[in-house]
Design a protein around this ligand. Structure first.
Ligand SMILES: Cc1ncc(COP(=O)(O)O)c(C=O)c1O
Length: 387
């Protein structure tokens, strides 16, 4: 009997990559050992112990910096960074119009004003060339997030901000372990922000950290958090599971990069999915997500969201990215000087591949390309099925 099922998995057919992405977080023998030790020592249930101290020291060593502060999340870390650099009511904080929503919210909650600047055309990262035009006498700080495998031109950001005393908060929640123009990610500005959320490259379910060489910023963070009790703590249990992951970060960053490069090579012969890749020398990205510019016209007009559903059904965690901030917030909340043309495009057509598959040793890149080609071939069926 012939198989009458549709070739596309989303329309009832066989997925191209049934294994799907590997599990995340990874429970390897070292993580198992950590949990056994936590039970043996009782550290899992204590306020204080050796693990947070060890993690702080390891983060300092890793980034070659003076100060590491552990906290409850990347979101909390961004708020602490804004407070530490002294953002107050009515100040302006520059950021990309495409960024993690909480970065915007954190600014607004301090009664300050986000100033949104547009993205670079090629890699959809904050366009540092538009920074100067966004300055005003109220500009206090900039939040720079490197997103989805792309990098922001930190040399340019520093050349504009440093002479004017504008604080640079570098959000590395998506690329701990990366290098940007010769500097380890997180140390390119005044203060770096990390996340240890459950899907992140360093996972503890929740958690975050701040890194800096600046004494004053360190003191202000302590002032905000140490209230007899720590208002935004990371637990001993979380710190304990992060340590072995930090030790493996370089090795995993290398594997993820070579895996992503293999995908980029394969995509060179295809149209419609352009990876976000930044051009800076002496740099090596990190991949919490691999971002793409999706072009519906090469898929017969298939929408980005329907393409994503079809890829997920084939076994690949390819999702729409963030919403651009000017699309989800009232104009009263932010200031901008230009049309946000690229952020409009990103809002419509950005796609992100989640990182766990990058550690897989299988030849998933060929399967990925077969899935893309199959969707291209049957895009009419996907469109008519959705009408
Ligand atoms: C760029 C960026 N900044 C900040 C955060 C916040 O991190 P958390 O989830 O730990 O609050 C995230 C989380 O996804 C992020 O992607």
């Amino acid at each position: 009997m012939s198989d009458t099922r549709h070739p596309l998995a989303v329309l009832g057919g066989e997925p191209i990559y049934p294994p799907g992405p590997p599990d995340w977080p990874i429970t390897d023998s070292e993580i198992e050992q950590v949990f056994q030790e936590l039970i043996k020592t009782g550290d899992w249930g204590r306020y204080h112990g050796p693990h947070c101290d060890r993690l702080r020291e390891a983060i300092r060593d890793y980034h070659d910096c003076q100060f590491a502060h552990l906290c409850a999340s990347g979101t909390a870390a961004v708020e602490l960074a804004l407070r530490a650099v002294g953002v107050k009511s009515d100040d302006e904080v520059i950021m990309s119009a495409y960024d993690f929503k909480a970065n915007f919210t954190n600014i607004v909650l301090l009664d300050a004003v986000p100033v949104l600047i547009d993205l670079r055309t090629d890699d959809w990262q904050l366009d540092a060339d538009q920074l100067e035009a966004a300055l005003s006498e109220k500009t206090k700080a900039i939040i720079v997030s490197h997103l989805h495998g792309g990098l922001v031109d930190m040399n340019r950001v520093r050349s504009i901000c440093e002479p004017r005393g504008i604080a640079i908060i570098e959000d590395i929640c998506q690329l701990e372990g990366a290098r940007i123009q010769g500097t380890i990610a997180g140390m390119g500005g005044d203060i770096g922000v990390m996340s240890f959320g459950g899907s992140k490259l360093l996972s503890a379910g929740r958690g975050g950290a701040l890194i800096t060489d600046n004494d004053l910023l360190q003191q202000r963070i302590t002032l905000h958090t140490a209230r007899g009790n720590d208002v935004s703590p990371l637990s001993e249990m979380q710190a304990a599971v992060l340590l072995p992951q930090l030790n493996k970060l370089d090795e995993r960053t290398r594997i993820r990069k070579s895996s992503a490069d293999k995908l980029f090579d394969a995509l060179q012969n295809s149209e419609g999915l352009i990876p976000l890749r930044s051009p800076y020398p002496d740099s090596s990205p990190g991949y919490y997500k691999v971002g793409f510019q999706y072009d519906p016209t090469t898929f017969g007009g298939l929408s980005r969201d329907r393409f994503s559903e079809a890829m997920i059904a084939e076994g690949f965690a390819v999702h729409p990215g963030f919403r651009s901030l000017h699309k989800i917030h009232s104009k009263k909340r932010y200031r901008t000087m230009t049309e946000l043309t690229e952020a409009d495009r990103a809002d419509d057509n950005i796609l992100v591949l989640h990182h766990p598959i990058l550690l897989s040793e299988a030849d998933w890149q060929s399967a990925f390309m077969r899935a893309v080609d199959k969707i291209k071939q049957f895009s009419d069926d996907l469109i008519s099925d959705h009408q």
